[in-house]
Design a protein around this ligand. Structure first.
Ligand code: IPM
Ligand code: MG
Length: 367
């Protein structure tokens, strides 16, 4: 049995608690299903800063680059609010994305039937929701240069970020969106701000040209990103796949997360290009929720987004489709039984801890 190498980066806040539940599933799969996972673990974010003054060490970066897949928890917290910008916890995550060239961020937002009442939106608006946000992850305003604060010398300073996209970056992310759409309802909506931004004009042009040249069987529409945010809360089921840039994708995916009942429900996969020799993609899987420092260490965090991220890992990095399906079904089963962590609690349900939720999902998975 080939070894499948996983590099775990639990990070800060609720990251380690959520990761502990995935570790149980990995152990089960190794013991009972001979899955052959090998795991190693490193530090990222504030915990890495505390240990060695960096948001991620070079040694851990090397391990991340070498692993078949990286599982990432969460980073950040008030404890590190005052650390220098270059070594702030988020810098660890951004370095992983950039150095591993994880340009394609897949953020599915699925409303589990049992949670249709937990969203702040009306049940008929979100019941049966199944959309996929494809966010560009290594370009745009997150990484564009110049990125600085300069002193204007007259008592004023100037903060500068640069939104920049090249043709190839837009081409490759839209190709991912079109390819995934073909496995779903075959519709892509591209979101930008071409009415204000030059990068938006180019984005629109390149998505349109890529569609025409290679994906004309897919239905393509365009929406201004602000209108897209509005439509996401008005009638989200009109969308299948949304493709958008790094910053708009960050915001729109938080909105999409709340449609599903809680930020604690949304998994994500960040993928690189297939390797020319092996065909394998570098990959990192992380819950969309942050480190939630307010509830960290209490054992009450929702581990579902982390577990669902591991299911995406099984699907996309190891082609273990049956196991991924079973794990996702196990999450739905446990929710159907009425088990809830605090963030998705509703009347008549049973409130459980992080570990109880993880154990119940594992039991349902093990069947
Ligand atoms: C996300 C997060 C990150 C981002 C932060 C932690 C840097 O909000 O993954 O959505 O802005 O991309
Ligand atoms: Mg975000």
């Amino acid at each position: 049995m080939a070894t499948r190498s996983l590099f775990l980066l639990p990070g800060d806040g609720i990251g380690p608690e959520a990761m502990a539940e995935v570790r149980k599933i990995i152990a089960h799969m190794n013991e009972k299903e001979a899955a052959g996972f090998s795991t190693d673990e490193g530090l990222v974010g504030g915990s890495a800063y505390d240990a060695h003054g960096q948001a991620i060490s070079d040694a851990d970066m090397d391990k991340a680059m070498a692993a078949d897949a990286v599982l990432f928890g969460a980073v950040g917290g008030p404890k590190w609010d005052a650390v220098p910008y270059e070594v702030r916890p988020e810098a660890g995550l951004l370095r992983l994305r950039k150095d591993m060239e994880l340009f394609a961020n897949l953020r599915p937002a699925i409303c589990y039937p049992a949670l249709a009442n937990s969203s702040s939106l009306k049940k008929d608006v979100i019941e049966g929701l199944d959309i996929l946000i494809v966010r560009e992850l290594t370009g745009g305003v997150y990484f564009g240069e110049p990125k600085e604060i300069i002193d204007l010398g007259n008592g004023q300073k100037r903060g500068i970020d640069t939104q920049v996209y090249d043709t190839y970056e837009i081409e490759r992310i839209s190709a991912v969106a079109f390819e995934l759409a073909r496995t779903r309802r075959n519709e892509v909506c591209s979101m930008e701000k071409r009415n204000v931004m030059k990068s938006g004009v180019l984005w629109n042009e390149v998505v349109t040209a890529t569609h025409k040249a290679r994906f004309s069987d897919v239905k393509l529409s365009h929406m201004l990103a602000d209108a897209g945010g509005m439509q996401l809360v008005r009638w989200p089921k009109q969308f299948d796949v949304i493709v958008t840039d790094n910053l708009f994708g960050d915001m729109l995916s938080d909105i999409a997360a709340m449609l599903t009942g809680s930020l604690g429900m949304l998994p994500s996969a960040s993928l690189g290009a297939p390797d020319a020799k092996t065909g394998k993609r570098k990959a990192l899987y992380e819950p969309v929720h942050g480190s939630a420092p307010d509830i960290a260490g209490q054992g009450i965090a929702n581990p579902i987004a982390m577990i669902a991220s591991f299911a995406m890992c099984l699907r996309y990095s190891f082609n273990m489709v049956a196991e991924a399906d079973r794990l996702e079904a196990a999450i739905a089963t446990v929710l159907d039984k009425g088990l809830r962590t605090g963030d998705i609690m509703s009347d008549g349900c049973q409130k459980v801890s992080t570990a109880e939720m993880g154990d119940a999902i594992l039991t349902a998975y093990a069947g």
